[in-house]
Design a protein around this ligand. Structure first.
Ligand SMILES: *Cc1c(COP(=O)(O)O)cnc(C)c1O
Length: 425
């Protein structure tokens, strides 16, 4: 047994499935997960000293690559002053200024500790603000492990065959209406029937927890106009897409102003951070100004704020989005080219530094399309890549991420491995 296998044996005795987050367990792709002892730039080093080019990027946050020197220096500087104060600290003000500058729809912001906390609080705030109970989500979208949002959810829930989690009271799930992404007619019918009960629509504007799905032209605009018409709250869950596709997220790319935005991942620079922001008029319903309660012992933590601020400032200064887009295209072209040669049906939706691989003939517009692909092909590609030094997410339903540290050598090497992996299927 190698070191990872030994560690995993011990872990399985002590933690359910041997992990602290389910997709890490390799259940759908098979085999034993490797343990990482170090990560630098585009590469992970496993407990057995194997180097891997990483397309998981800690599930999104590492847009500058692992162990970025600027982010590390910011954390080290903050550490000199202590790790948590329990009072307001100056970093929180700087972070709020930076977020509201980069994301214009966000007039006020509340920091929390994860993306899940951000979406959970966004839903509560939308309900408290509107005085309504029902929410709409789309099949395959993942918004963290919030009770009322684990209904037809993507990410690990879908990977492990539990898109509707056990342990959620039917009465909670009954307040969640699940519709198909890209289906405007269903949305209009739902609002016509029960619009005055709908507090909010929550949506990943580019759903990226069910592979990667792109909106049809006009779909996101329709969400905006329907919410406005029915005075429901439009919540963009940009935990994954925020700061990754543009400094202002998908809302900047498509020119749509949501009422509330959930953020996470990149804003923590690799430490645990989430944030909820939006129109001041709505945000002021949060305690202590308003009746909607939300709190956190470690919210606005100085180390986490320092890491996040450094990460966002670097994005603001470098604006690396064109470079990232070019790398995304190199990977997509390599995958599509190799599949064409082989006569294998493939879809590689890609936008900027995000891409996914579906083995299906048809463009993927919704959950049904995404889950109709051949996942065994993905599992073979995953294994081939891992054996040849490239780490893809261990699930056919996750999005792959590229960092600025992949530029040059790593991206070219990975493109060759992935093309060879397709040929080997
Ligand atoms: C990752 C993710 C979440 C949950 O964030 P956590 O920090 O894991 O709680 C919510 N929404 C989206 C779109 C995500 O990708």
């Amino acid at each position: 047994m190698n070191t990872s296998e030994k560690l995993f044996e011990r872990a399985q005795q002590l933690m359910p499935g041997g992990v602290n987050s389910p997709v890490r367990a390799f259940r759908s792709v098979g085999g034993t997960p490797f343990f990482t002892k170090r990560a630098n730039g585009a590469r992970l080093t496993t407990a057995d000293d194997k180097e891997l080019i990483d397309f998981v990027c800690t599930w999104g946050p590492a847009i500058h690559g692992h162990n970025d020197p600027d982010v590390r220096a910011a954390i080290a500087a903050a550490l000199e002053n202590g790790t948590s104060f329990g009072t307001p600290n100056p970093y929180e003000v700087e972070m709020a200024e930076l977020i509201t500058e980069l994301v214009p729809s966000v007039e006020k912001v509340r920091m929390c500790n994860s993306g899940t906390e951000a979406t959970m609080s966004a839903i509560r705030l939308a309900r408290g603000y509107t005085g309504r109970d029902k929410i709409i989500k789309f099949a395959g979208c993942y918004h963290g492990h919030v009770d009322s949002l684990l209904v037809k959810a993507g990410s690990g829930a879908l990977t492990l065959g539990n898109p509707d989690s056990a342990g959620i009271p039917a009465s909670f799930a009954a307040e969640t209406i699940v519709l198909d992404f890209n289906d405007v007619d269903a949305l209009r019918q739902t609002f016509a029937a029960q619009g005055e009960q709908i507090a909010a629509i929550i949506v990943e504007p580019y759903p990226a927890n069910c592979g990667l799905i792109l909106p049809d032209p006009g779909f996101l605009q329709a969400l905006r106009s329907i919410c406005t018409e029915h005075t429901s709250v439009l919540i963009f869950d940009e935990v994954m897409t925020g700061y990754r596709l543009a400094a202002g997220g998908v809302q900047e790319l498509v020119g749509i102003t949501p009422d509330l935005t959930a953020m996470g991942k990149i804003i923590g620079g690799g430490l645990p951070v989430g944030a909820l922001g939006g129109r001041a008029e709505i945000m002021d319903h949060l305690a202590p100004l308003g009746p909607v309660y939300q709190a956190g012992t470690l919210s606005g933590n100085p180390l986490a704020m320092a890491a996040g601020i450094a990460s966002l400032q670097k994005l603001k200064a470098l604006q690396p989005y064109e470079r990232l887009e070019k790398m995304g295209q190199i990977i997509r072209d390599a995958l599509v080219g190799a599949a064409k040669e082989k006569g294998l049906p493939i879809q590689v939706p890609q936008v900027g530094s995000m891409f996914a691989v579906f083995f299906t003939e048809h463009p993927v517009r919704n959950y049904g399309d995404a889950t109709s692909g051949e996942t065994q092909h993905f599992n073979k590609l995953f294994k081939y890549a891992l054996d040849h030094g490239v780490y893809l997410p261990p699930s056919a339903y996750e999005t792959c991420f590229i960092s600025t540290a992949h530029e040059g050598n790593a991206i070219d090497q990975a493109a060759d491995v992935l093309a060879a992996g397709i040929r080997a299927i």
